[in-house]
Design a protein. Structure first.
Length: 120
């Protein structure tokens, strides 16, 4: 069965879970062309936070994606000519403007999570 990007970025095989273009969760029905422009107006990438390295950036991105929020990670640092690995550089985390408040809420909830209590 074919699955579709809700923002109109294409059709994909049923094993694909999210759109490789925008990160949106795929749906079973094609999007209505009349509403696509309205949805695109609010999907401007907007800065959310900076993670200290790639590992933590991917952890944040994974948490946001679990909530259905598409994420863009942008590595910082001096570029490809640097001696260090891009893994150690800060990464800026971006979400769609329309998802910004919800993303902040998800990250706040995650930071207050008592899943891993402190050792005594």
């Amino acid at each position: 069965m074919t699955r579709y990007c809700p923002l109109g970025d294409g059709a994909f095989d049923d094993w694909v879970a999210s759109c490789p273009e925008c990160g949106s969760t795929l749906v079973d029905t094609p999007p209505d062309p009349d509403t696509l422009d309205l949805e695109r107006e609010n999907d401007t990438p907007t800065y959310l936070t900076t993670a200290p390295n790639e590992i933590e950036a991917n952890l944040l991105a994974g948490r946001l994606r679990e909530e259905g929020i598409p994420v863009l990670l942008r590595p910082g640092g001096p570029g490809f000519g640097a001696w260090a690995s891009a893994l150690t550089f800060e990464h800026a985390v971006y979400v769609r403007e329309v998802d910004l408040d919800r993303a902040r809420s998800v990250l706040t909830e995650s930071s207050n999570d008592d899943t891993y209590p402190e050792e005594s």
